[in-house]
Design a protein around this ligand. Structure first.
Ligand SMILES: Cc1cc2nc3c(=O)[nH]c(=O)nc-3n(C[C@H](O)[C@H](O)[C@H](O)COP(=O)(O)OP(=O)(O)OC[C@H]3O[C@@H](n4cnc5c(N)ncnc54)[C@H](O)[C@@H]3O)c2cc1C
Length: 452
């Protein structure tokens, strides 16, 4: 489109899961809508993600005999966030999960993969075929008349008498009579914002959608938007330092029974903690690296094609070390002689109750699952770092996705959804809640605009 003014009922900035969900919902509600995506392709971090969604009371859980409920889901999120998350938002997330479930149904994107992961007390992480879901939302949005424009970075919000009335992209203005949805993702690719908000995390490997430089955050901030959870942003532990943007290499063998050791061959944390908590801990270790050490019993639990559990793929990529004995493994990794053997002996003693675990580990993940000694050779090691995959703090919003100023008042005409938003996580993060919130509140933002 050339230098001009374009008029729509609504404009969505950003074409990841939240943006596509919003554009599709707005268009199917009969509004004219333009989605502007900065990059030449849609998808953002959503397309790179593992595809785990946190959902409760689903048919997948029922088939697997997992007892879960909205109340337990809510309680787990509150607990994971250390009481710092916005409970009103969490209640809305749980109550409106149906938005996500319906979209996944329409895309036929369910799998039967279900597991307990960070922050959960029951198996609630559902593996969804994320690319099928995104493709379906895109198809539905286009079929309903949404205009999807790639290569169109939004670089400013237009206001009239204090109300957001459109966006600017290069030399064009896109008027949005009913409202603008910011769905520009987080700031995991902005070293500047990471240094500003969480300087102790700025050394993490930058990851996530290449366009995710916090643009929406800055634009709303200029209008007085409040922020939530921003100081809690932390990287995710478990990625190889050489992972490419096209394929993440996140592995959490620690949740299957492995341990973590630093470059001195020593443990430094309760390995069942959230990978965000571990991410921060690893940034404080020598060389900012930790090795996931595990035995053949854990290796046998690899799930090819299942993100976070696919050891086969990591071996294919040449990033998994193995050796018949702990001593040989330590030599291969260049760890100080004897240290790894001592560490594993002590850990195994704690598992069988001969001593107390100095880090308080009592379960595989989040306190759930019985521990087993690391004693069945051959032995394996995965050297991994902390990657800033997503930044779970962001704009303060109300449950209807309207953006709130520092004083709590609404910025008229402006909604936000997805990773650009904060308030859902507090101090830490439950696996799968980033995708669930992006989908649920993309729809919610659209509904609020359509209601007028
Ligand atoms: C490797 C990896 C694995 C992950 N795994 C999981 C998981 O299994 N479960 C989970 O819940 N979460 C996971 N996450 C986090 C999750 O993927 C994101 O939080 C979520 O996808 C964010 O969705 P979104 O729509 O808000 O943002 P995105 O999907 O990132 O989309 C934002 C879009 O906005 C565009 N944009 C940015 N600025 C502008 C601008 N100025 N104008 C126009 N467009 C703009 C970007 O280019 C991008 O396309 C993972 C993240 C990564 C990187």
């Amino acid at each position: 489109m050339s230098a001009a003014s374009h008029r729509f009922d609504a404009v969505v900035a950003g074409g990841g899961l939240a943006g596509l969900a919003a554009a599709r919902r707005l268009a199917t509600a009969g509004l004219s809508v333009a989605l502007l995506e900065k990059r030449d392709r849609l998808g953002g971090s959503s397309a790179m993600s593992g595809g785990w969604f946190a959902l409760s009371g689903t048919p997948v859980q029922r088939r697997a005999g997992v007892e879960d409920s909205d109340d337990v889901f809510l309680a787990d999120m509150i607990d994971t966030g250390g009481g710092d998350a916005d409970e009103e938002l969490l209640r809305a997330l749980v109550a409106r999960q149906t938005h996500a479930i319906e979209a996944i149904d329409r895309a036929d994107a369910w799998t039967d993969e279900l597991k307990v992961s960070a922050g959960m007390t029951v198996a609630r992480a559902h593996l969804i075929r994320i690319r099928d879901l995104l493709a379906q939302l895109e198809r539905e949005a286009v079929a309903a008349g949404a205009v999807l424009l790639r290569g169109h970075p939004v670089d400013g919000l237009v206001t009239e008498r204090g109300r957001v009335s459109g966006v600017r992209s290069a030399d064009a203005v896109f008027a949005a009579d009913a409202g603008v949805v910011l769905a520009t993702g987080g700031f995991s690719r902005s070293r500047e914002l990471l240094r500003l908000f969480v300087p102790d995390q700025a050394a993490a490997m930058q990851y996530g959608g290449v366009g995710n430089t916090g643009d929406g955050l800055r634009m709303a901030w200029m209008l007085g938007a409040g922020l939530a959870d921003i100081g809690h942003v932390s990287g995710t532990y478990g990625q190889h330092a050489d992972a490419s943007d096209d394929e993440h290499e996140l592995l959490t063998a620690n949740y299957l029974g492995g341990i973590l050791v630093n470059a001195r061959g020593e443990r430094f944390a309760d390995e069942s903690e959230s990978y965000k908590v571990l991410g921060s801990a690893v940034l404080g270790q020598p060389g900012r690296i930790a090795f996931q050490i595990f035995d053949a019993r854990v290796r046998a639990q690899s799930r090819p094609g299942v993100p976070l559990s696919d050891m086969d793929r990591i071996e294919e990529l040449g990033h998994l070390h193995s050796a018949p004995t702990i001593r040989a493994l330590a030599q291969d990794l260049g760890l100080p002689g004897g240290a790894l053997e001592r560490t594993i002996d002590r850990y195994n003693d704690a598992v069988v109750g001969r001593r107390t675990d100095p880090f308080g580990r009592t379960g595989l993940v989040n306190g759930v699952g019985a521990l087993r000694p690391v004693d069945a050779g051959p032995y394996y090691a995965y050297p991994a770092v902390t990657a800033m995959t997503s930044t779970f703090g962001g704009l303060r919003v109300a449950p209807d996705a309207s953006v709130r100023r520092v004083d709590g008042s609404a910025i008229e005409g402006l909604s936000a959804a997805g990773e650009v938003v904060g308030g859902f996580h507090g101090a830490s993060y439950m696996t799968g809640t980033a995708l669930t919130k992006a989908l649920v509140f993309g729809v919610e933002a659209a509904d609020a605009i359509a209601r007028g």
